[in-house]
Design a binder for this molecule. Sequence first.
Ligand code: GDP
Ligand code: MG
Length: 328
Amino acid sequence: MFIDEVKIYVKAGNGGDGCSSLYKDIFNRIGSPDGGPGGNGGDVVLEVDHNVQTLLDFQYRQHHEAERGYHGSSTHKKGARGKDLVIKVPPGTLVKDADTGLVMRDLITIGDRVIIAKGGHGGRGNSRNYDATKGAPGQEKTVLLELKLIADAGIIGYPNAGKSTLISKISSAHPKIASYPFTTKEPVLGVVRIHEEAVLVVAEIPGLIEGAHEGRGLGDKFLRHVERTKVLIHLVDISAFEGRDPIQDYKKLNFELKAYSKKLAKKFQFIALNKIDITDAEAHLKKFKKAFPKKKVFPISAVTGKGVKELLQAVYKKAKSTKSDGKE
Ligand code: GDP
Ligand code: MG
């Protein structure tokens, strides 16, 4: 399972100010105070919604503010309450205080809700004994939202095939994506939006070959997670840069995959032939197709984006009709 994580800033509404007013008429020339109190500010609420599957939207919106309370007015009229801001989160979201790291709430089932910032109280209106007061400020907080995700698709391939490039291109907004040394056991995770509500979770499977060569496999824990991916994207560098042979690379990686994990080797593979933007790629592409005439291949360029959309759509379709044990 991979952790998707975002930090958001929330601010509840300030309370509305109390009103200072004197009612006067021809019988009451001094006036009697009749200022109404301000309304309370709206709360910021987190609520589990089944339509939300990831924390993706929070990458684009990090500030969330509830409405402030309305001010009081004369004739003892109370200001209206500010509207609550209800933020929808996916089931399984862990809410932490960003400053202390303390868990505030584990939002599990549909409809679970928690107030994370309380609106300020409205100010008091003036009366015979008191002056009007200002509304209290709403609470503000920075919270961490964490969600455990299972990747739909794992990207495998030789070092320099372009795995990191692809994942950072298709999910550029994700902070977890960065180049990292292959000794890191943490997988790179990307949440990809296919269309409106369709998201695909993709993970780069690091160090498979690097580790195998040096007798240094990945941790069991990581392997268990990766084995739950539904399909694999096998990335091959088709530009044959530095004298590599794409056909041999493809065969060898599959061979090593089998030795490494039978379960992984059984998964459906999408063959993505990367770096078709490079001049020599075309010739190697032809050779590859000839060597595997029955296999469907997706020529792509992770750098220019060519062919990537088609690949992702095919992967998405397959992943959604496949269970995590690899069966359809
Ligand atoms: P990884 O080891 O599989 O994660 O490979 P990287 O994503 O780190 O890429 C290795 C190198 O190949 C980098 O210098 C990339 O810029 C380059 N690269 C990746 N994809 C493409 C592509 O589609 N076209 C070209 N021309 N270069 C690419
Ligand atoms: Mg990489």
